[in-house]
Design a protein around this ligand. Structure first.
Ligand code: FCB
Length: 468
């Protein structure tokens, strides 16, 4: 784990970032912690789902993951070695409230207290996400995100964690990527809890947004002045595949259920009319009650943006069967030529540029943060002990150049978090996809810095990237 193997020097023309720009890495509880039954943790929907045959590649589960629950001190030392100024992690709800409601499990809360203190002891700012997909199973048994009461339960959980850690955590995120929770979890069924019901997926999206709004209010009531509250969205950089009207229609429709269904109620006070119309054959939206939209629009301090790849669309033959895109059965996803990651995701940083510009123009005045960006490749430890991942370095460099360009263009972008610090449990793909800048040997739990980690360390040190 020593840094001596290779030092990257940053020469040539440097793109310098503003003083105070946050350099981070991100993880999520279920993907790294393991310790599935440790210290009173209850089961989450991802425990149930991953233990259901056929749901996750190779039957992988998060039971052990990368053992971060026990190894967090060593992992934080690693973060310090990299020079990270911030670390984005999530709290496992079923560690705090094993059944999702009621009494607090002191051991669970104590764990996150130690984690936060260890970060602060190393001068690393904790950025805490309350919900990164691990709903307590008991709440799912009662209807999960299809049930309005789950939003109230989330607010209660937010208040518990906020009251305990508010004095030490300056930036809070309610939800990570509610699009995935709603539409992969309740629409396509690719994620836990694995339902395939378009009406239920829209209902879930609304209850997640409601949970966010109630969560913001709950946090504000317990956090000290100055603590900031945010939400993180996986916004899609949707581009029409051609200049045809049908491609434009496909892009409008997909943008509705990918982006505006979240952005508009959060930042403009209500659901977009066209989305309600496009999905009218699936639901009458009667799950939206009077006053809900005001709750959801509770002001936030910052918007987290997760970006990986652009999405190219046109109209095509209608599809049938489970979908993550309600009302978009005739929207076709067009494969963009050019390089892709091990996920098959197109590599194109221009998508990030377009996305940031669009946010800046359509939802002005809101500070932004890249809370996830990164790439999976088939990394291997070489005989000499190195992990050479030049494609990841190129990916990160290109996207950071866009971040820099966006800041220069006047966009208020506060920081950047690589997904991910460590190789980890990549949801339905199990351990087959490696996103870390640190390699993990799952048999031994040994961590090895990939070349990208050495490179990122040099970037952080220089507060800039070279662009010769
Ligand atoms: C995002 C998730 C994160 C990780 C990356 C690759 O959608 O938030 O947990 O799986 O994708």
């Amino acid at each position: 784990m020593s840094m001596s193997r290779q030092e990257y020097s940053i020469n040539g023309s440097r793109l310098s970032f503003p003083a105070g720009f946050l350099w981070g890495a991100a993880t999520a509880a279920y993907q790294i912690e393991g310790g599935a039954t440790a210290d009173g943790r209850g089961p989450s929907i991802w425990d149930t789902f991953s233990h259901t045959p056929g749901k996750v590649v190779g039957g992988d589960t998060g039971d052990v993951a990368v053992d971060h629950y026990r190894q967090f001190r060593a992992d934080i030392a690693l973060m310090a070695e990299l020079g990270l100024s911030a670390y984005r992690f999530s709290v496992s709800w079923p560690r705090i409230q094993p059944g999702g409601r009621g009494p607090v499990n002191a051991a669970g809360l104590g764990y996150y207290e130690r984690l936060v203190d260890e970060l602060l002891g190393h001068g690393i700012m904790p950025v805490l996400t309350l919900y990164h997909w691990d709903l307590p199973q008991e709440l799912e048994d009662a209807g999960g995100w299809g049930e309005r009461d789950t939003a109230a339960r989330f607010a209660e959980f937010a208040a518990v964690v906020g009251a305990r850690l508010g004095d030490r955590v300056p930036l809070w995120t309610t939800l990570n990527e509610p699009w995935c929770s709603a539409f992969l979890g309740y629409g396509s069924g690719e994620h836990a809890p694995g339902h395939t019901d378009p009406e239920l997926s829209l209902r879930a999206a609304h209850h997640l947004l409601l949970a966010h709004g109630l969560g913001v209010a709950a946090l504000r009531s317990v956090l000290p002045a100055g603590a900031e509250v945010s939400i993180t969205l996986n916004l899609h950089a949707i581009m029409p595949a051609s200049a045809s009207p049908s491609a434009a229609e496909a892009a409008r429709r997909l943008d509705g259920v990918a982006n505006r269904i979240f952005l508009d109620p959060l930042l403009r006070g209500g659901y977009p009319f066209d989305v309600v119309r496009d999905t009218a054959s699936l639901t009458d939206w009667s799950f939206v009650q009077a006053g809900d939209e005001a709750v959801i629009a509770e002001p936030i301090d910052l918007l987290g943006v997760n970006y990986y790849a652009p999405t190219l669309v046109d109209l095509g033959e209608p599809r049938s069967g489970p979908t993550a895109w309600p009302g978009c059965d005739d929207v076709a996803f067009v494969r963009q030529p050019g390089p892709a990651t091990a996920m098959g995701w197109t590599i194109d940083a221009r998508g990030l540029r377009a996305l940031l510009l669009r946010l800046h123009e359509d939802y002005p005045g809101l500070p932004l943060m890249i809370t996830e960006n990164g790439a999976a490749f088939d990394d291997r430890v070489q005989a000499d002990g190195a992990v050479r991942d030049p494609e990841r370095i190129a990916y990160l460099r290109d996207h950071l150049a866009v971040v820099h360009e966006s800041i220069e263009a006047g966009i208020d972008l506060r920081g950047y978090f690589v997904w991910s610090l460590l190789d980890n449990f990549e949801w339905a793909f199990g351990y087959t996809k490696r996103f870390g800048i640190v390699h993990v040997d799952y048999a031994t739990q040994r961590r090895v810095l990939k070349d990208s980690a050495h490179w990122y360390r040099a970037v952080i040190r220089a507060n800039g990237i070279d662009w010769a």
